[in-house]
Design a protein around this ligand. Structure first.
Ligand SMILES: *[C@@H]1O[C@H](CO)[C@@H](O)[C@H](O)[C@H]1NC(C)=O
Length: 300
């Protein structure tokens, strides 16, 4: 197969909901991983993407999100959130791109200790020739240009980068870059971006709520985007875009409490007297993640 000078490859994390749920791990393992990751990818100096490029990445993302949120063929967004840079997320993306394997990692590998219980999305691209300098804008735009395959409300797998890029609840991005050999030894520029939070398969059809732009965030609409700062909601909590306050994940199948989590970022674990009946030791990485079984899975 011959490549045009600027061949573009792209993949996106399909963000299987099930996978997001199954990759959560017992605390002991998580802690070990946390230590390892602090050793390996702690310092900002490990970031290959310069401050200037970080700014470009954030600005281009926000520009394109604003474009998606403004009335057009795919409607407007009532709730499109402003995104910010995150060094930890970027370090994970850099660690992955450093392997020079053009492939997504798992949701578990993508996770960062500073955002517990937050599932990450991922867009990756490769371009040949790699060029002399990192050139982020065309890569990000190529993800956005899948808009042509997108119809709001319809299943559009060919727009999976676009729907991650334009997922309303995404609030942080971090990216890594490396020049790598791929296909017959040609050198390519690898551009990997991770996102908090993941779009999730169920949001592919409707990555945002269609309606009047910013209408869900009248008090914090900044330049056409809902700006809640870079506030994260941990442990599967979701952001209420109107109030910029986290709504902590409901505890299913228990009457004891509404959620096992509280606090501004849902960072406080409130342990139930007993876990719901469905919780079973050894199932913490299974279909029922530890977040729903805090005792059984070692959060308490
Ligand atoms: C956000 O919070 C407001 C005020 O508490 C509430 O009325 C609204 O229903 C919430 N929005 C969502 C999407 O839950």
């Amino acid at each position: 197969m011959r490549h045009s000078p600027w061949t573009y490859l792209g993949l996106t994390a399909l963000g299987s909901w099930r996978m997001a749920q199954t990759t959560l791990i017992p605390r002991a393992l998580f802690f070990l991983w946390l230590l390892l990751s602090v050793q390996c990818v702690d310092s900002k100096s490990d970031l290959v993407v310069s401050l200037e490029n970080q700014q470009i990445i954030v600005d281009v993302h926000n520009d394109l999100r604003r474009e998606a949120a403004t009335n057009g063929p795919s409607g407007a967004a009532t709730n499109m959130r402003m995104v910010y840079w995150d060094d930890d997320i970027a370090a994970r993306a850099q660690a992955l791109v450093d392997t020079c394997i053009f492939k997504h990692d798992t949701n578990y590998e993508r996770a960062v200790a500073s955002l517990p219980g937050v599932s990450m999305g991922q867009n990756i691209a490769a371009v040949r020739p790699p060029g002399d300098v990192q050139d982020w804008e065309p890569r990000i735009r190529s993800w956005y240009n899948e808009l042509k395959h997108f119809r709001y409300g319809r299943a559009t797998p060919r727009a999976s980068h676009f729907t991650q890029l334009s997922y309303w609840e995404t609030y942080r991005v971090g990216c890594g870059f490396k020049i790598c050999p791929l296909r017959k030894g040609y050198l390519w520029g690898f551009y990997f971006c991770n996102y908090a939070m993941i779009r999730g398969r169920k949001n592919m059809k409707k990555p945002w709520t269609d309606g009047k732009q910013c209408s869900e965030c009248p008090d914090n609409c900044v330049n056409g985007l809902c700006d809640c700062g870079d506030t994260a909601c941990f442990n599967r909590g979701t952001m209420n875009i109107t109030t910029c306050k986290c709504e902590c994940a409901p505890a299913p199948f228990t009457k004891e409490m509404d959620s096992f989590f509280s606090g501004v970022s849902c960072e406080i674990v409130n342990c139930p007297a007993t876990d719901p009946k469905y919780c079973k030791p050894g199932k913490c990485q299974g279909n029922w993640p530890y977040l729903y079984c805090p005792r059984t899975c070692g959060l308490c």
